[in-house]
Design a protein around this ligand. Structure first.
Ligand code: TXA
Ligand code: MG
Length: 352
């Protein structure tokens, strides 16, 4: 299959862009697959109500079929069409955060095929905050199933070129809408338990959810690597986001972290390895390694989130064999950053 790439400017959806989106919508209606930008990461879209489309998504990503997909909608009324009942929390949260980087789990009805939900009786739903995505959802008939548009296990794509790298030849179309705004996937909150529970941290933080709902819990498996519990979001159990070269997180006092990483980097470079470091504003100039990436000021967790997956991909592009990263505070958006970083590092952490 030849994959067509179409470039669209989110801030200028002119007639030719609209035509391209109609065509993309038709591809989805006909059971084909289209990668498209959202505000979080690029998604690999298929018709959520067509079991064959969901099967194609799993095949294109090489994803285990027990890992359910998120259904993307463009209006609140459409949520009512695919769930058994709309929980009152969903109304409050949609009011506060949609369109936006929040996915809600609700009980599904029979319109949603089990192929889309990995066999579960629940369905994950979100309304993305991206004009291209919203227009595409409408053109496709209202319901697009879309996991992140990467090969299973690799970092989620924040640029269209990484969708091309992973999916070219396997899907009908890629819509290039430039670099995404947020850079980590949506927060997932389960509304089917007694107390709403965060299953995956993201840009919408625990405190933001508590402000709207009052009591909110966090699935303990999200950051506790020693936990023997099974994560409630099936996808969270898989190795994920991993760069090709081995990544280690180093936590501790800044001076000690610098000294440790420089020493280990020196050893590895002497052994002929290409070494990368994920550094922050204050430290970037003090590292001695083949490639040093500054992901921004460590107090600005949203900026770090924006850069993280891109940097992991760039390490692959640049042939990095071994990499080290500083650790980040586990609060606010930092919780999403550390959750993704820990997975990328296979939970390899050195505490100094
Ligand atoms: O920001 C995002 O959410 C992006 C963009 C494209 O919208 N999508 C995304 O999808 O990250 P994906 O498939 O890479 O991650 C979906 C996660 C998986 O961990 C999956 O197990 C979980 O959501 N999930 C989906 N449906 C679920 C359900 N019914 N119950 C529990 N977890 C569910
Ligand atoms: Mg994913």
């Amino acid at each position: 299959m030849i994959t067509e790439t179409v470039t669209i400017d989110e801030n200028n959806i002119d007639d030719s862009a609209k035509k391209a989106l109609q065509r993309a919508g038709q591809i989805l209606k006909d059971g084909g697959l289209v990668a498209f930008p959202t505000e979080t990461v690029y998604g690999l879209g298929g018709d959520a109500l067509n079991p064959l489309s969901s099967k194609k998504i799993y095949a294109a990503k090489g994803r285990p079929s027990d890992n359910p997909l998120i259904v993307h909608v463009a209006c609140m009324e459409d949520v009512g069409k695919i769930v058994s009942a709309v929980p009152k929390e969903a109304l409050k949260l949609s009011e506060a955060f949609w369109p936006g980087p929040l996915t809600m789990i609700m009980s599904r009805n029979d319109k949603v095929p089990t192929e889309t939900t990995g066999g579960l009786d629940t369905v994950a739903i979100r309304m993305p905050d991206n004009k291209i995505a919203l227009e595409l959802i409408r053109a496709a008939g209202g319901f697009i199933a879309a996991p992140s548009a990467n090969t299973s296990g690799r970092p989620s794509p924040t640029l269209a070129k990484y969708c091309e790298e992973d999916l070219s030849g396997k899907i009908e179309m890629i819509i290039d809408g430039g670099q995404v705004g947020i850079g980590v996937e949506s927060t997932i909150v389960d509304l089917t338990s007694d107390t709403p529970m965060i299953l995956r941290p993201g840009y919408i933080t625990l405190d933001m959810l508590k402000e709207v709902l009052g009591d909110v819990e966090v699935d303990r498996t999200i950051i506790d690597s020693s936990s023997a519990l099974k994560p409630k979001a099936p996808g969270m159990k898989y190795k994920h986001y991993a760069p090709k070269g081995e990544l280690t997180i180093v936590e501790g006092e800044q001076e000690k972290v610098l000294e440790y990483i420089n020493k280990r980097a020196q050893e590895q470079m002497s052994a002929g390895k290409k070494v990368g470091v994920i550094a922050t504003g204050k430290t970037a100039l003090s590292y001695r390694a083949d490639v040093v990436k500054n992901v921004g000021d460590r107090d600005n967790e949203a900026a770090v989130a924006h850069e993280l997956f891109k940097v992991l991909r760039e390490f692959d592009d640049e042939g990095i064999d071994i990499s080290f990263s500083e650790a980040f505070d586990d609060t606010g958006v930092g919780q999403a950053v550390m959750n993704r970083l820990l997975k990328a590092a296979g939970h390899r952490v050195i505490s100094l």
